[in-house]
Ligand binder design. Sequence first.
Ligand code: COA
Length: 184
Amino acid sequence: MADRDMQIDAKNYRVNVPMLDGAVIVIRAIRPDDQERLHEHFEGLSEKSVYFRFMGIRRDLSPQDLKHLTELDFKNHVGLAATLTENGRERFIGVGRYICGADPTRAEVAFAILDGFQGRGIGTLLLEHLSLIADANGVAEFEADVLGENRQMLEVFAHSGFESHRSLDSGIVHLRSLTSKLSF
Ligand SMILES: CC(C)(COP(=O)(O)OP(=O)(O)OC[C@H]1O[C@@H](n2cnc3c(N)ncnc32)[C@H](O)[C@@H]1OP(=O)(O)O)[C@@H](O)C(=O)NCCC(=O)NCCS
C-alpha cells in the first residue's frame, strides 16, 4: 500500500506491479494516444461484461466516446489502464476511472477487466490506485451503481470497505465509501 500523504502526478501516473503468475503489469494513466488500445479493449469484452459495465447493451464506442474516455483532465476525470506488453506490443487488460459530478469532492467509479483476466486482483488494484489519486486530489468520496447480480464487483467493493444500499425496485446496488477509509 502506497503512502496516502504523498504528492501524486496523476497525469503521468505509472507503476509496475508483479502478478502472482510472474507477469508484470503496468498501471498507468490513460493518454490521448490510447484510443486504439481502448477500442481494442472494449471489443475484447464479453457481452456480459459490457452489460455489467454500461448497465445495458452497447455495441461499440463511437469516436466521440473514445475521445471522451481518453482525453482526460486528471482532475474531474481520472482514468487508469492496466497494461500488459508482449512482443513489444502494449495492450489494455483492464480500465478503471473516476468521474466527478457537480460536487468535485465526490466521484463515480467504474471498471472493466478483460474476461480472461478477471478474478486475478486487477480490478482491486485499479481501485486501490484510483483511491490514492482521489485522496491526493481532494476527492473525498467514491460511489458506484452496480447491478445486484454483479457479484465480482460487489465483492471487490465490499472487501475494500464500501457500504452498500440496495434498491429493491431497480435491482441496482448503490455503494459508497470515503476514499481515505478504503483499505486493500
Ligand atoms: C467486476 C470487475 C471489475 C472486478 O475486477 P476483477 O479484476 O475481476 O476483480 P478482482 O480479481 O480484484 O476481485 C475479484 C475476486 O477477488 C476477491 N477479492 C477481492 N478483494 C479481495 C480481498 N481483499 N480479499 C479476498 N478476496 C478478495 C473477490 O471476492 C473476487 O473473488 P472471485 O475470484 O471468487 O470472483 C471485473 O470482473 C469486470 O470488469 N467485470 C465486468 C465489468 C463490470 O462488471 N464492471 C463493473 C461496473 S462498475
